[in-house]
Design a protein around this ligand. Structure first.
Ligand code: ATP
Ligand code: MG
Length: 588
C-alpha cells in the first residue's frame, strides 16, 4: 500500500444522500455520495484513470477522464494515473508521454503516477501462491484448443487435460515461463475456477502468458506477463482505489474482478478495504471511429497524417484542429453518463465547441475564395484605419485596426450578377455594408472570356462610415473584406467528416464479417475521400501575424467559422485549420 492511502480525504459530511441532494447527479455520483454519506472506505474516495499506453487518447477517453478525475475533484477524493502496461508488444514510452500531455491539456492532474508493472512482483507472488493452493495450473495446450474447450454460455466447457497436474509441476513450469525457456504461446497459467460457470470469464481464465519482448519499463526482467483481468482489480486493491470506474464492456468481468480481490485478501494480512467496479456507457459518436486499435491502423497505413491529424478524434488531433479543452468538457457534461450504449451526435460536440469558442475567439477577417472589388469613387492611394472589435462578447478585450483602401478582396460568394430577391449581398444596383467601414452600392462587374467574374465595381457613400449620420440607414447585408495591398496570402485547410457512414464502429465490424476482409480494407470502403480541402489562395489580415507571435489559439474568421493556426505555421507562412464552421453544416 502506498502513502496516497493515508491521504484520507475529509468529506463534507453536511452533504447527505437524500433525494433532494441526489437530484441532478449522474448514477455514479449518486453511488459515491451514498458511500461517502455512509462512511464507507473510511470516508475516502479514490479513483484511477487506467489507460493502456498503446496509442493516443481520443474523445472517448475524455469522457472517462472527466468522470475519473472530475468526481474525485468534486468530492475531495484523489485520482491516480495508472498505466495498464501489461502487454509489452503494443506499448511504448511515446504513448505514455502523449497520454500525460493530453490529460493535463484537458485540465486534470493526477495525485500519483502508477504502472501495472509496479505490481508485477506482487502479482507474480500471488500467482505462485494460487498454484500452491491448487487454484492455478500451467496449461500447455494451444490457444485454439483452449478456445474449443470453452463451451458456450449454455453448454459447459471441457476440462483441460492439464487441469489436475501436480502442483510441483505447475510451479516449475511457471518459473520456466518467466525465464525465457518457454516459447510464446506454448504455455499459459490458468486460474482453476469453474468450467461450467454461466459466466464464460470463470471458465479457467488465462492469467499469465509468455511475451518474449522487452517491456518499456521493466526491460527483460519478466517474460511471463499477467493478463488484464489478473492485473487490474489487484492493482486497484494494492493502490487503495475505492471506486473503479470503467465502461460497460467490463460488466461481465466484474464477478472475476471481485473473485480475484477475494483471493488476494484471503489469508493475507492486508488492509481491509475493497475496490468496487462500476460501469458507464462508452462514448460512440456518429461519423467517428474511436478505439486506439483502429486509430493505430489509420496512422500506420497512412489514411491520415499522424495521430494529431486534425481529422482524428484524438485529443491531440482536436487540439491541433483548434478545439478548446473547455469545449470538450462542456460536451462531456452535456451527454452525461448512463448504462445504455448510445450513438451521440457529432453536431452536439461541435455545438459545444462553438459555444465555448464564441467566448474565446478573436474576430478577424479572412477571404478564402477571393475576387477583387474596386470602389471607383474612392481616391487612389488613399487608406484609412478602421476599428475592428476583437471579441464582441468581451468588448473590454479591445480593438485592432484594419486598413481600408480602394481595392479590396471579397468572397466570390458575396457577389451575384443575377441575384434572387432574398440575396442580401452584392448585386448590381443594391447596397451592402462593408464590415467596420462604409456602405457601398454595386455598379457592375467585369468578366473573362469564359464568363467568370474577374472584378466587381461599386461606389461608396463617404458619410456612411460607422458613427457618421449616413450610417444609420437600413442595409440588409454586411460583408467582410481585405485591402488587396494590406493583407497576407495564406493557406487554409478545411476539414469534413472522415467517414461516410453514420456508425463506423458497427459498419467496420459488419464489413469485416460479411466481406471477410481485414480492417484496413473495410476502412478504405468507408472513408470519405474529400475530408480535406486545402485552399492556397486565401488572404488574411496582417493582425494575424501579431496574434500568431502572441501564441493566440482561437480565432474566428468573421462570417466563416472558427479557425486556429496549424502547428506547421511559421511567421513567414501562416497555415490555418478550420475548427468548426459558424453554423451546423452537417445537416446538408
Ligand atoms: P481503446 O479501445 O480505444 O484502446 P480502451 O478501452 O482499450 O480503448 P484504455 O486505454 O484501456 O482504452 O482505457 C482507459 C479508460 O478509458 C478505460 O477506463 C476505458 O473504459 C475508457 N474508455 C475507452 N474508450 C472509451 C469510450 N469510447 N468512452 C468512454 N470511456 C472510454
Ligand atoms: Mg484497450
Amino acid at each position: 500500500m502506498n502513502d496516497t492511502q493515508n491521504n484520507t480525504s475529509a468529506y463534507d459530511t453536511s452533504l447527505s444522500a437524500d433525494k433532494e441532494s441526489m437530484a441532478g447527479l449522474n448514477f455514479i455520483e449518486q453511488i459515491v455520495v451514498k458511500d461517502l454519506a455512509q462512511g464507507k472506505n473510511d470516508g475516502r474516495l479514490q479513483t484511477r484513470f487506467p489507460p493502456e499506453p498503446n496509442g493516443y487518447l481520443h474523445i472517448g477517453h475524455a469522457k472517462a477522464i472527466c468522470m475519473d478525475f472530475g468526481i474525485a475533484k468534486k468530492y475531495n477524493g484523489i485520482c491516480n494515473l495508472r498505466f495498464d502496461d501489461t502487454n509489452p508488444l503494443k506499448e511504448d514510452m511515446e504513448y505514455m508521454d502523449a497520454i500525460k500531455e493530453d490529460i493535463k491539456w484537458l485540465g486534470f492532474d493526477w495525485a500519483g503516477e502508477y504502472y501495472a508493472s509496479d505490481y508485477f512482483q506482487q502479482l507474480w507472488d500471488l500467482a505462485v501462491r494460487l498454484i500452491k493452493e491448487g487454484r492455478a495450473y500451467v496449461d500447455e495446450q494451444s490457444a485454439e484448443q483452449i478456445a474449443q474447450q470453452k463451451g458456450t454460455p449454455t453448454r459447459p466447457g471441457t476440462d483441460s487435460l492439464y487441469r489436475n497436474r501436480p502442483i510441483e509441476e505447475s510451479l516449475e513450469l511457471f518459473e520456466k515461463m518467466n525465464s525465457g525457456e518457454i516459447e510464446e504461446g506454448k504455455m499459459v497459467l490458468r486460474a482453476k475456477i469453474d468450467m461450467a460457470n454461466s459466466n464464460m470469464h470463470f471458465r479457467d481464465p488465462i492469467i499469465y502468458r509468455v511475451v518474449n519482448h522487452p517491456h518499456p519499463r521493466t526491460g527483460s526482467k519478466w517474460k511471463a506477463y499477467p493478463m488484464y483481468d489478473f492485473a487490474h482489480g489487484q492493482s486497484d486493491f494494492f493502490e487503495g482505489v475505492t471506486h473503479s470506474l470503467c465502461t460497460l464492456e467490463f460488466v461481465p468481468h466484474r464477478p472475476l474482478y471481485d473473485l480475484f480481490i477475494d483471493w488476494v485478501k484471503e489469508g493475507q494480512d492486508l488492509e481491509d478495504h475493497r475496490p468496487r467496479q462500476y460501469e458507464f456507457n462508452k462514448l460512440n459518436l456518429n461519423y467517428v471511429l474511436l478505439s486506439k486499435r483502429n486509430l493505430l491502423i489509420m496512422v500506420k497505413e497512412g489514411l491520415v497524417d499522424g495521430w494529431d491529424d486534425p481529422r482524428m478524434p484524438t485529443l491531440c488531433g482536436f487540439r491541433r484542429r483548434g478545439y478548446s479543452p473547455e469545449g470538450i468538457r462542456k460536451f462531456v457534461d452535456k451527454i452525461g453518463y448512463t448504462t445504455f450504449d448510445a450513438l451521440n451526435d457529432f453536431a452536439l460536440l461541435e455545438s459545444a465547441i462553438r459555444e465555448d469558442l464564441n467566448e474565446r475567439a478573436t474576430r478577424v477577417s479572412a477571404v478564402l475564395k477571393p475576387v477583387k472589388l474596386v470602389i471607383t469613387n474612392y481616391p487612389e492611394g488613399q487608406t484609412e484605419e478602421m476599428q475592428a472589435i476583437d471579441n464582441p462578447e468581451h468588448p473590454e478585450a479591445g480593438c485592432h485596426t484594419i486598413t481600408f483602401s480602394r481595392e479590396l478582396w471579397i468572397e466570390q460568394d458575396d457577389f451575384m450578377e443575377d441575384a434572387p430577391k432574398k440575396y442580401f449581398r452584392l448585386t448590381p444596383g443594391k447596397e451592402v455594408r462593408l464590415k467596420n467601414a462604409y456602405i457601398v452600392e454595386c455598379s457592375g462587374c467585369k468578366k473573362d472570356d469564359e464568363g467568370n467574374v474577374t472584378e466587381i465595381y461599386c461606389t461608396y457613400d463617404p458619410d456612411s462610415k460607422s458613427g457618421m449620420p449616413g450610417a444609420n440607414r437600413k442595409v440588409k447585408g454586411t460583408i467582410h473584406w481585405l485591402s488587396t495591398q494590406h493583407c497576407n496570402k495564406s493557406e487554409v485547410r478545411l476539414y469534413d467528416r472522415l467517414w461516410m457512414v453514420e456508425n463506423p464502429r458497427d459498419e467496420l465490424a459488419s464489413l469485416q464479417e460479411n466481406e471477410k476482409c481485414d480492417a484496413l480494407t473495410a476502412m478504405k470502403k468507408m472513408i470519405n475521400p474529400h475530408s480535406l480541402d486545402v485552399l492556397n489562395d486565401c488572404y488574411v489580415e496582417p493582425y494575424l501575424e501579431e496574434l500568431y507571435e502572441r501564441g493566440e489559439k482561437y480565432l474566428q474568421f468573421q462570417r466563416i467559422g472558427y479557425f486556429t493556426f496549424d502547428k506547421n505555421s511559421s511567421s513567414e507562412k501562416l497555415i490555418f485549420n478550420r475548427t468548426v464552421s459558424l453554423k451546423d453544416s452537417w445537416k446538408k
